[in-house]
Design a protein around this ligand. Structure first.
Ligand code: ADP
Ligand code: MG
Length: 474
């Protein structure tokens, strides 16, 4: 089994809030765990995977990063957040700096005699293979299959058996936290394990786009193209990210065609089906639709319980009772990521108490964790709908009857009524002083259409997910 060797570097001892001595490693691990909760998986893997605390001295913390690109990105986007997290643990921290230290990322070492220690297991959580960019913790073995993801699972498994020939591309779509990244990475890990000489690569569409932009800026597009075309299997996660980005779409199209002609496998994931990705070039859409499209929906109660059971098997200490697991499965319905999160908070609490928790204690924890249903502003709803359909917000308020505006306008009205509890006169007024009957009509129309039109239903579901998700990530 591949395990991570803790890199040799000086461990500066610092005092944390709880007055226990924490090493830099431990401290950073805690920070990463927190960040993982608020940053998307793809972003987490892209920006935080090979970071660590390189140095710490009189209130100044230096964070090592693998490249200039990551360094700049972290400085730009995460500096404040990281500082805040550090300070909650270690109030004497005054400032942070980033530096490039490419060699210091954890190295892989084979160790036949010893199993991985606990600490090393934890490192595996955030470890990504350098060559494939895959995280070994995502496997088929720990992926639970139920009616909700059966098709996606079966298709994914099928391509590992005949690479590039059965379903090319495979396009997996579904809502937040339902296992798309896990499944895609499991495919990559399995292909690699069974065919060590095949070149497999996992990348988020966001990172792909960023790399492309950098390559263009540095006149290195030739290198970029060669790199991507050299893979036997290419996995691109969260492809909806490229809506609107013409140059990225162009590059993906060409990469795809080249790979396709050579019978190389491409796998995509997305939060929505190809036909719902706004401003996607037609030729790319038809490529996406030319292979296999499989969705993942939400797991039912039984499956949620099975997932919780499989996830506790590994954490044998203070194992939660069946009652407790049933309670979690019944109360956390949104997605698998939150299911895991709730289980983790229970496990953490039992570790602190050094005993399994009672059902009442668990109920208490979950009710504190449960985020109150977010109160949205009308503005947020309208902005989100406009973004989703990729039109300028102002069109929604104008008199235009263009089809691409009418639908988002009606959906905005519908959501203002359903999720904001707006009165019909208010809603009519809000949209350029329209009459309340217009709002009533829009609400009735969407309510009715949802029943017949699965695509519309999915779109509204995604918009809602994004609306309620916003809170967490921003
Ligand atoms: P998505 O990419 O769809 O947002 P992820 O793949 O990141 O979702 O999944 C969220 C979390 O839930 C991950 O920790 C993942 O391991 C876990 N998970 C998702 N689906 C399953 C499954 N079918 N079985 C076990 N764990 C799962
Ligand atoms: Mg994902």
């Amino acid at each position: 089994m591949a395990i991570i060797k803790t890199p040799i570097r000086t461990l500066f001892k610092i005092k944390s809030l709880s007055d226990t001595i924490t090493t830099n490693e431990e401290l950073w691990k805690e920070i990463l765990q927190e960040l993982e909760l608020v940053v998307s998986k793809a972003n987490f893997a892209t920006w935080f995977q090979s970071t660590f605390i390189a140095d710490q001295d009189s209130g100044r913390v230096v964070i090592g990063t693998p490249s200039a690109f990551v360094k700049e990105w972290l400085e730009d986007k995460y500096q404040k957040q990281i500082l805040k997290l550090l300070r909650t643990r270690s109030p004497e921290v005054r400032s942070i700096e980033f530096k490039i230290t490419p060699q210091s990322a954890p190295a892989v070492k084979k160790s036949p005699e010893h199993g991985p220690s606990e600490e090393q297991m934890d490192f595996r959580e955030i470890y990504t293979d350098r060559e494939t960019n895959l995280n070994p913790r995502y496997t088929f073995e720990n992926f639970i299959v139920g009616a909700f993801n059966e098709l996606a699972h079966a298709s994914a498994l099928a391509i590992t058996k005949s690479l590039g020939t059965v379903y090319n591309p495979l396009f997996v779509y579904g809502g937040v936290g339902l296992g798309k990244t896990h499944l895609l990475q499991a495919v990559g890990n399995k292909i690699k394990k069974e065919n060590p000489d095949k070149k497999v690569f996992y990348v988020s569409a966001e990172r792909f786009a960023n790399e492309l932009v950098t390559a263009i800026r540095n006149n290195e597009t030739g290198f970029f193209k060669d790199k991507y075309r050299s893979f036997d299997a290419l996995i691109i996660d969260d492809i909806q990210f490229i809506s609107n980005r013409t140059s990225t779409q162009e590059e993906i199209f060409h990469t795809f065609n080249t790979m396709y002609q050579l019978n190389k496998q491409i796998i995509f994931s997305s939060d929505r089906p190809p036909r719902s990705i706004q401003n996607l070039e037609e030729r790319l859409r038809s490529r996406f639709e030319g292979g296999m499209i499989a969705d993942v929906s939400e797991p039912d109660y039984e499956t949620r319980l099975a997932i919780l059971q499989s996830k506790t098997a590994e954490k044998e200490e203070y194992r939660p009772s069946l009652d407790v697991l049933e309670h979690i499965a019944a109360s956390v319905r949104s997605n698998i990521r939150e299911l895991e999160g709730s289980l983790n908070s229970v496990v953490v609490r039992s570790k602190m108490k050094k005993r399994p928790l009672s059902l009442n204690e668990v109920k208490d924890i979950l009710s504190k964790n449960a985020k109150p249903k977010k109160i949205l502003s009308a503005q947020q709803i309208i902005r989100r709908v406009a973004q989703f359909y990729d039109i300028h917000e102002k069109f929604l308020f104008e008199k235009t009857r263009r089809k691409e505006v009418v639908k988002p306008r009606q959906i905005s009205m519908y959501l203002l009524r359903e999720d904001f509890n707006g009165s019909f006169p208010y809603i009519g007024q809000k949209f350029g002083g329209r009459d309340h009957t217009t709002a009533i009509h829009a609400h009735a129309k969407i309510s009715n259409d949802i029943k017949k039109d699965d695509r519309l239903k999915d779109e509204i579901k995604t918009i809602r997910e994004q609306l309620y998700e916003e809170e967490k990530s921003g």
